[in-house]
Design a protein. Sequence first.
Length: 246
Amino acid sequence: MFRLQTTTDKTGPITEVPPKILERILAPRTSTSTSTEEAPVAPEKMVTCVCGAAWWGKEADLIPLVQQHGRDLHNMDATPEQVQAMAYDVVGPVHAEVFILWLGEGHLNLTGPCGADPWYLEIAATEDPVTVVAEAIRRVIGEPVVVHSTSWRRDRSAVVLSFVAVIDPELVRDMPSAPIGRAELARGEAATAPTSIATTQVVEHGLRHLAWLAKDDPLVAQRLSPQWHAVLAGYIPEPFRNLVQA
């Protein structure tokens, strides 16, 4: 049995990864970039929307993308100054933190290549994070039902974008799973973010965000089964937000 370290603490727990899963993890991924230039180590600016969409790169390139997103999805016209006010500097790499969710007998569970631990993927500045995460899930696990970014924070010497991904139970196969309990959200002061946050709190917020999408996004609502809607009814809807600044 192969082993994969899934925690930043080298003395922490090691998750056993089945050989077939590990083989799919190590398979080279298809680049989502059409550029032949070498990607920069870190993007210059990042903008996130409450719906979970995120962009980064040069500020001049971001402005029209964010404006078009506002018009297409939110019926909003943002000025360049408003987009600039939303942008913040990014120092270091960008990581996707992926939580794979499945519903069994009315109870939510975490699974994935790393078991119940988050699955980390590094995102290049020229790559779309949702595309990278969705393609990785397809390659390693199978076709996801829903993939959505739910929050961001500075951690692991990087900007971390948290994702929740819903899969059908039959895709779990031999991956380890653990039931999901409830947790209090990490909250800061009126003008400051929390100083620390636990993984259980990231998952709790991710599920609350998914509950919000199930009511606000017709495509997500259509993709989720009635059983999922029933379970999410117990979560207080939350938009995409910054959880912590390290």
